[in-house]
Design a protein around this ligand. Structure first.
Ligand code: TNX
Length: 529
């Protein structure tokens, strides 16, 4: 039986301006010592029993000099703590004498520091001690950022309350050394079936960052809507973006909206990956330009949820002129190296037509300096060695060429648009129900026979939006499964178990409530509320 203890606030010692108090918000696992409910669980974590270190109004944040990313992370951390502390912590550069030999910070200081010796690009080292303060080191600003996300989870959930009564914040004395298992920790959002406004996408980005995800794949076009401005083909958005599943108003991102989203994501170390799904899932474009159709006639806009019926006219030259224009504009808008070309669920082309189309389009993507990603059907084409394959069909037996990199999105495990159980109103169930343990209890390294861990770039959880219209619908499907996927992608396999995870998940409930997340309170988890 597992439980969370109530916070105990007996002051034990006052050392150099810091107060260590007895434990708060820990979970006990059987006979194991109490430990904080971190998700994703780190590679190594040692907690000095029950000692706590305080952050007060007079604490300060020190950052390595000449690091604008660290300055921004420090400001965001100070903003997070402002309501609880009723103060904005000072931010200053690490004193020059200290940065040379890197002695520990003084008590009361939170130090964010770039240190070349940290083991991996996204790794970090977090030390919390009553005499030497809080120190987060990373080889890169991304590593420091992930260390700050861990610190955020070590803080009491009350730090998330925007109208908190001022109080001292304490964190457990700890030493954590951490780095991710996979380089690609992704989420996909379908903004085509229903459109999600930039503010909603930013909220999703915030939640992704909190759980150390680093890629957001935006499904920007489908039969029901085209959601990204392309200046050379303006009807795509004025007409093709004008509706959605069920006949609602639709919407699209202007280039400015999109640039803002990329910058917002970048500040949280998240790469946005744009997808234009083709040659099928393309009715919105066909409806916008008659000349893209084999018969020269534009079909009506589509607001149902069937798949596979539409296709580019693969024999027409204008199809490739169109794709070249779209990819060229997208490549300019996209600092990241990837453009996703879809390739799924094509029901109206033969194998030869499909293969030739994929090969030509991956060449266009390459000509514009980007790497193509395709849904797993593209494996039937002759792929460039750099093209990335995104596995999704549970019954597909993939035999990728040696060296092909895969992103794993098994629909029967991490399609977060699947219903949790038969009573879930939102979502689909073509891949079965996906309750919380299903999304958590699998090992990417053994999912596909013959595909070793070294071929796996990472894991990505899609949310398709046929049945979702609002941010609150999206949160309901994402939480709590999203936290499980975060741990699958980040934590070492041997550190993971459903029973341990379930307990840590339960301890996150107050945090989600404080953040106003519309989570699904799965009966599979014993929530502490
Ligand atoms: C399959 S996954 C699709 C999508 C649907 C989704 C619904 C994939 C590559 N294609 O078109 O939205 O199922 O779960």
């Amino acid at each position: 039986m597992t439980r969370a203890t109530a916070p105990v606030t007996a002051g034990l010692l006052v050392a150099a301006g810091l107060i260590a108090v007895a434990g708060a918000l820990f979970v006990a696992c059987g006979e194991a010592p109490m430990r904080p409910a971190l998700i994703p669980w780190p590679v190594s974590a040692t907690f000095t029993n029950s000692a706590r270190v305080a952050i007060t109004k007079t604490s300060a944040i020190e950052v390595s000099p000449g690091q604008p990313d660290l300055q921004r992370i420090a400001h965001d951390l100070a903003d997070l703590m402002r309501p609880a502390l009723d103060a904005t912590l000072d931010i200053r550069e690490i004193p020059a004498s200290a940065s040379a030999s890197a002695p520990p910070p003084a008590a009361g200081v939170i130090r964010l520091e770039i240190v070349a010796a940290v083991a991996s690009d996204e790794g970090y080292d977090l030390t919390i001690a009553s005499d030497t303060g809080i120190r987060i080191t990373g080889r890169t600003p991304a590593g420091v950022f992930y260390g700050v996300q861990t610190l955020r989870q070590l803080l009491p959930f009350s730090v998330e309350l925007r109208g908190a009564r001022p109080h001292t914040l304490t964190v457990p004395a700890a030493h954590i050394v951490d780095q991710p298992r996979f380089a690609w920790r992704g989420a996909m959002l379908d903004v085509a079936r229903h459109f999600f406004a930039p503010a909603d996408v930013k909220r999703y980005i915030d939640l992704l960052a909190f759980y150390k995800f680093n890629h957001l794949h935006l499904h920007l076009s489908d039969d029901q809507g085209w959601r990204i401005e392309i200046a050379s083909w303006p009807n795509l958005t004025t007409h093709g973006g004008s509706t959605a599943v069920g006949g609602g108003a639709g919407g699209f991102y202007t280039k400015q909206d999109y640039a803002d989203l990329i910058a917002y994501a970048r500040d949280r170390f998240i790469t946005i990956v744009p997808e234009i799904d083709m040659p099928s899932h393309i009715n919105a474009a066909l409806a916008s330009y008659p000349e893209l159709n084999c018969n020269g006639v534009a079909p009506a806009l589509y607001t149902g949820i069937e798949v596979g019926f539409s296709s580019f006219c693969v024999e027409k030259d204008i199809t490739y002129k169109f794709i070249d224009d779209v990819v060229r504009e997208l490549a300019v808008m996209t600092p990241a190296p990837y453009i996703h070309i879809g390739g799924d669920e094509v029901k109206t082309l033969n194998a030869q037509q499909y293969g030739q189309f994929v090969e030509r389009v991956q060449g266009i993507v390459q000509a514009h300096g980007k790497t193509a990603i395709g849904w797993d059907e593209v494996i039937h084409a002759k792929l460039l060695p750099t093209t990335i394959v995104q596995y999704w069909r549970p019954d597909a037996s993939l035999k990728p060429e040696p060296g092909t990199k895969l992103i794993l999105s098994p629909a029967n495990k991490i399609y977060l648009d699947m219903k949790y159980d038969a009573n879930t109103v939102l979502g689909l169930n073509w891949a079965g129900n996906v309750d919380v343990p299903v999304a958590y209890e699998w090992n990417p390294a053994t999912l596909l026979p013959g595909v070793p861990e070294s071929a796996i770039l990472g894991v990505e959880a899609p949310i398709w939006s046929e049945t979702l219209t609002t941010l609150s619908d999206l949160e309901f499907l994402a939480f709590p499964r999203f936290a499980g996927v975060a741990e699958v992608a980040w934590s070492p396999q041997e550190a993971r178990s459903w029973t341990g995870f379930r307990t840590r998940l339960a301890a996150q409930a107050q945090r989600w409530s404080a953040l106003g997340i519309n989570a699904y309170w799965s009966p599979k988890v014993e929530w502490q509320r």
